[in-house]
Design a protein around this ligand. Structure first.
Ligand SMILES: Nc1nc2c(ncn2[C@@H]2O[C@H](COP(=O)(O)OP(=O)(O)OP(=O)(O)O)[C@@H](O)[C@H]2O)c(=O)[nH]1
Ligand SMILES: [Mg+2]
Length: 232
């Protein structure tokens, strides 16, 4: 067993997970992070470098690298590949015009040797927008099934602006007089789309299983790869 393998196993045993969050610009990567952390999703601007966010989920510490997706920044993505346990690829499901760009960038990314064996979670974000592409349409447009020989993958539909969508408007309370006060907008801001949390569940289950059954970033034998989306 090589030294790097030993280090990776030790890190996973400590339940430290390194996640790269990538995707085209405007996909909603930063907003997804903010939603998970219960921050105000209205306060977001394009990421010009990267943000590191720490998310504790099911006893795992997820170190999430949220990296800017603008075209000029994409050549720098490779600086972050080392020791990646999982890639979270965020898609703007309403951006039909750039879905082919999205497919190309994803497949280029996953050719990278340092990412072989890293699990892939696709967030089909912005499902709240009318006429957003469905999970099936996005899976097909991104040709996810062709990635099965090298990566475990799953796809989750979601909306990072779920908190905003579900926040009660101040004038809309229909509580009878004397009843408990309705949830304040601030309280509802901390709500996150449960489908995002389901995606994180999948990531920790995937990465956690390697502690016992294998080591991340080793080449995965094709027969061992079973996309969760197909198992459901
Ligand atoms: N309707 C809707 N808008 C969203 C959603 N998620 C993000 N947005 C909006 O999409 C825009 C881009 O969001 P960001 O989180 O900055 O996107 P990003 O992927 O981090 O972009 P870069 O940092 O440039 O790579 C913002 O105006 C967000 O408010 C969503 O689920 N629904
Ligand atoms: Mg961003």
């Amino acid at each position: 067993m090589g030294l790097l393998t030993i280090i990776r196993k030790a890190r996973l045993k400590e339940k430290q997970v390194r996640i790269l969050m990538l995707g085209l610009d405007n996909a909603g990567k930063t907003t997804v992070c903010k939603a998970i952390l219960g921050e105000d999703v209205d306060e977001v601007s394009p990421t010009l470098g990267f943000n590191i966010r720490t998310i504790v989920h099911q006893g795992f510490t997820l170190n999430v690298w949220d990296i800017g997706g603008q075209t000029s920044l994409r050549p720098y993505w490779r600086n972050y590949f080392e020791q990646t346990d999982a890639v979270v690829w965020v898609v703007d499901s309403s951006d039909r015009a750039r879905m082919e760009d999205c497919r190309r960038e994803l497949h280029e990314l996953l050719k990278e040797e340092r990412l072989v064996g890293a699990s892939l979670l696709v967030f089909a974000n912005k499902q709240d927008i009318a006429n957003a592409m469905t999970v099936d349409e996005i899976s097909s447009a991104l040709e996810l099934s062709t990635l099965s020989s090298s990566h475990h993958w799953d796809i989750q539909p979601c909306s990072a602006r779920y908190a905003r969508l579900t926040a009660p408007s101040p004038a809309s309370s229909d509580s009878p007089p004397g009843s408990a006060a309705p949830a304040s907008p601030a309280a509802s801001l901390s709500k996150v789309d449960p489908r995002i949390m389901k995606g994180l569940d999948w990531v920790v289950a995937e990465v956690g299983s390697r502690v016992y059954y294998g080591v991340q970033n080793s080449a995965v034998a094709p027969e061992a790869v079973r996309p969760a989306a197909l198992l459901a």
